[in-house]
Design a protein around this ligand. Structure first.
Ligand code: HAM
Length: 428
C-alpha cells in the first residue's frame, strides 16, 4: 500500500464547493478598489530573505521564528513572503514607480508564516492588501478606513467589526517611550512571563501585545505611548480622529495597539471582532513613512493595510452569511445513440456561440437516458437538453426544465436558443 502524501499542516486546500465564496469576495474587493482608484499589482511569492529582515525588522516574531527560509541551488537565501508590503515596495522601487509620483495599489495572494496552526491562524493564508504610496496626512488614512467600512457593509458584517486606532508617533518618541516602558517592566520583573522577559531588552513594545491573561493587568497599568507623544504627533492623531468623526466612523483608541511589524509610525489601526476567539483581528495596517527610505528609495510617505481572507470567511460563516455571486444558469446535454457524443459537442458549441454565457455540461460517459438524467439532476443543472435518435434524425433538441415544471418538448436549435434566452433571463 502506497502511503498517501498529505498537505502541510496549516496549509489548506480550497475545494470546489468553497470557491464561490472566495471568488465572490475577490470580485467585491476588486470592484471596490477600482471605485477608489487603486490598481492591482502582482509580485513574487518568494523574495530574498534580506528584504523581509530589513523591512519587517530583525527583532519581530515574524522574522525571528515564523519565516519559511531556504537556500536555493545558487546558494541564495530566499523566503516565502510572510506579508505583502515589503515585496510591493521592492517592486515599486525596482521599476521606478515611486519616482515623483503617487501609487495606490492593491494585491491579493498567499502569505506564509510558520505559526502554530489553529482556527483562523494558518501557515499559508491569503491577504487582500492595499498600499497608498506618496501621500502624507490623515486624509488618505481616513479614506482607507472608510473603504474598509464600505467593504464590511457590502458583506453585511459592519456591526461585527470594531475599529481600534492608536498612534505610534515618531521614532524618537518611541525610543524615549521604550526607556520609560523598560523601567516600568523592570520594576515589575517578577510579574513578567517568560516571553515578555525575553522581549524586555530586545523589543519591549511587543510586551504590550501579550495575549497571556496573566499579563493583562500589568500591561493595562503600563505607561501609554500616546501620553508620551510630542505636540506634532498629537496634532496628527487629532486630525485623524476629527476626520473619522466627520464621516461618522466610530472607533476606540487602543493605547496598547503596537502591531507586530517594525515599520509603522504614527497611525496604526485594526478591525477586530468578538466572534473569532483569539484570532480577533480581521484587518490591520497603518502608516509606515520611513520604510521606503529604509529600503533604499527617496523618503516617501506610505500607508496601507491587509485583510485576512480566511478570517473574513470564518466570520461570514459564523454569522451564517452566505455570500456568493449569483449562479449562472446551467444546461446539461444528454445524448444517446450512434454518434451521440459528436452531436452533443456540436450542440454545446452552438450554445456557447450564442454568447449567453450559460454553463454547459456535456455528458461524455454514455449510459441510458435514465442514468444520464440522474447525472443531470445531480450536477445541479437547470435544464436538460436531450439528443436521442429521434431528435438527431429530425434536427431537433429536447428541452426539459429540471427544477420547475419537468415538461419536455423538442425544438430546432435556433428556436431552442431563443426559448432558453428568455427563460434564463427571468430565472435567478
Ligand atoms: P499583519 O497584521 O501581520 O499585517 O496581517 C494582516 C492580517 O492578515 C491580520 O489582521 C490577519 O487577518 C491576517 N493574518 C496574519 N497572520 C495570519 C495567519 N497566520 N493566519 C491567518 N490570517 C493571518 C501585515 O501583514 C501588513 N503587511 C499589513 C499592512 C499593509 N500594513 C501596511 N500595509
Amino acid at each position: 500500500m502506497v502511503e498517501k502524501i498529505q498537505a502541510i499542516r496549516g496549509m489548506n486546500d480550497i475545494l470546489p464547493h468553497q470557491i464561490a465564496h472566495w471568488q465572490h469576495l475577490e470580485e467585491l474587493f476588486r470592484q471596490l478598489l477600482e471605485q477608489y482608484g487603486y490598481q492591482e499589482i502582482r509580485f513574487p511569492v518568494v523574495e530574498s530573505t534580506q528584504l523581509f529582515k530589513r523591512s519587517i525588522g530583525e527583532v519581530t516574531d515574524i522574522v525571528e521564528k515564523e519565516m519559511y527560509t531556504f537556500t536555493d541551488l545558487n546558494g541564495d537565501s530566499l523566503t516565502l513572503r510572510p506579508e505583502g508590503t515589503a515585496g510591493c515596495l521592492r517592486a515599486c522601487l525596482e521599476h521606478g514607480l515611486l519616482y515623483n509620483q503617487q501609487q495606490k495599489l492593491w494585491y491579493f495572494g498567499p502569505m506564509f508564516r510558520h505559526e502554530k496552526p489553529q482556527k483562523g491562524r494558518y501557515r499559508q493564508f491569503f491577504q487582500f492588501g492595499i498600499e497608498a504610496l506618496g501621500i502624507s496626512g490623515a486624509d488618505i488614512e481616513i479614506e482607507l478606513i472608510a473603504l474598509c467600512k464600505r467593504f464590511w457593509k457590502a458583506l453585511g458584517i459592519s456591526e461585527h467589526l470594531k475599529l481600534e486606532i492608536n498612534s505610534l508617533g515618531e521614532l524618537s518618541e518611541r525610543q524615549a517611550y521604550k526607556e520609560t516602558l523598560v523601567s516600568y517592566f523592570k520594576a515589575n520583573f517578577e510579574l513578567l512571563d517568560e516571553d515578555s522577559k525575553r522581549r524586555l531588552d530586545r523589543n519591549p513594545l511587543r510586551i504590550l501585545d501579550s495575549k497571556n491573561p496573566q499579563m493583562k493587568a500589568l500591561v493595562q497599568d503600563a505607561p501609554k505611548l500616546i501620553d508620551c507623544l510630542g505636540e506634532e504627533s498629537r496634532a496628527r492623531f487629532q486630525s485623524l480622529r476629527e476626520g473619522l468623526d466627520r464621516l461618522g466612523l466610530s472607533y476606540t483608541i487602543n493605547p496598547v495597539l503596537v502591531r507586530g511589524l517594525d515599520y509603522y509610525g504614527h497611525t496604526v489601526f485594526e478591525w477586530v471582532t468578538d466572534k473569532l476567539g483569539s484570532q480577533a483581528t480581521v484587518c490591520a495596517g497603518g502608516r509606515y513613512d520611513v520604510l521606503v527610505e529604509h529600503m533604499g528609495g527617496d523618503p516617501t510617505p506610505a500607508v496601507g493595510f491587509a485583510l485576512g481572507v480566511e478570517r473574513l470567511l470564518l466570520l461570514l460563516e459564523t454569522l451564517a452569511i452566505q455570500k456568493t455571486a449569483p449562479k449562472i444558469p446551467s444546461l446539461y446535454i444528454i445524448a444517446t445513440g450512434q454518434g451521440a457524443g459528436q452531436h452533443a459537442i456540436e450542440l454545446a458549441e452552438k450554445l456557447h456561440d450564442s454568447g449567453q454565457g450559460w454553463q454547459i455540461h456535456t455528458n461524455m460517459t454514455g449510459g441510458s437516458f435514465k442514468s444520464q438524467f440522474k447525472k443531470a439532476d445531480k450536477s445541479g443543472a437547470d435544464y436538460a437538453l436531450i439528443l436521442g435518435e429521434d431528435e438527431i434524425a429530425s434536427g431537433q433538441v429536447g428541452l426539459k426544465d429540471l427544477r420547475l415544471d419537468g415538461v419536455q418538448a423538442s425544438y430546432p436549435v435556433d428556436t431552442l436558443i431563443t426559448i432558453l434566452t428568455e427563460k434564463t433571463a427571468t430565472r435567478v
